[in-house]
Design a protein around this ligand. Structure first.
Ligand code: FMN
Length: 205
């Protein structure tokens, strides 16, 4: 087994460090965040940091890289507070990955990929057509991560859309039925296979 210390990590090339640190914490969720500016320009970008933050109230968070370059997702969310979170399914990985390309704020990634916007419930932000699970979210707060200049965004989940074949009787969402992918590092897309759902764990008698 290989071992790396803080000193070793510091000596890695930028790319090697980026690849390793993005992979070592495990698989991450793959989501497209959809937003729209007040002037009507749609935006969609891939994020691997969307995580639930508690179920009552229903909250999620995600992290934004430092605002050292223009961040359209952030700008749009601050303009009108709303965004959508759309799971990436296997059929969308090529297009989803391409949304990470840095386009000018006047250019919509919906026009540069085969991803299509879809409007639901009068929500200002576009959903991604064909995504098996999609959420309408409202910005609540942001926290500066002073260690590295990232921003942690906290949002309320106000609308949930789930394809019928994923939603189970007890509310659990079987992501496998939508071929929802996970992310390994920054550029590896993987299709997890469910092995077993477990009982609620209790101490042994
Ligand atoms: C697999 C993958 C995961 C990503 N996850 C994040 C993330 O969690 N936070 C972030 O700020 N950027 C993330 N990015 C980078 C954004 O997708 C990229 O900066 C994009 O251009 C942002 O678009 P925007 O400027 O329209 O907001 C990720 C990129 C890839 C390829």
């Amino acid at each position: 087994m290989k071992h790396f210390s803080t000193a070793d990590i510091g000596d890695f090339s930028k790319l090697y460090r980026l690849n390793m640190i993005n992979s070592v914490t495990g698989y991450k969720s793959a989501n497209l965040i959809g937003t729209k500016s007040n002037s009507g320009v749609e935006n969609v970008a891939i994020f691997s940091s969307v995580t639930h933050l508690g179920s009552s109230p229903a909250l999620l968070h995600f992290t934004l890289r430092p605002n050292t370059v223009p961040r359209d997702t952030y700008k749009n969310i601050r303009e009108n507070q709303v965004f959508t979170v759309n799971h990436v399914s296997l059929k969308h990985i090529q297009e989803a990955h391409h949304t990470s390309a840095k386009y000018d704020e006047h250019i919509s990634e919906f026009d540069q990929t085969l991803l299509e916007p879809e409007y639901r419930m009068d929500w200002h932000a576009p959903f991604v057509k064909g995504s098996p699970v999609a959420l309408g979210c409202r910005y609540l707060n942001e926290y500066d991560i002073k260690e590295n200049g990232c921003l942690l965004i906290v949002a309320a989940i106000e609308h949930i859309f789930i394809d019928d074949e994923l939603l189970q009787e007890d509310g659990w969402v079987k992501l496998e039925n939508g071929e929802v992918v996970a992310i390994n590092g920054l550029d590896g897309y993987t299709l997890p296979q469910l092995k077993k759902r477990m009982e609620y764990a209790r101490p042994k008698k």
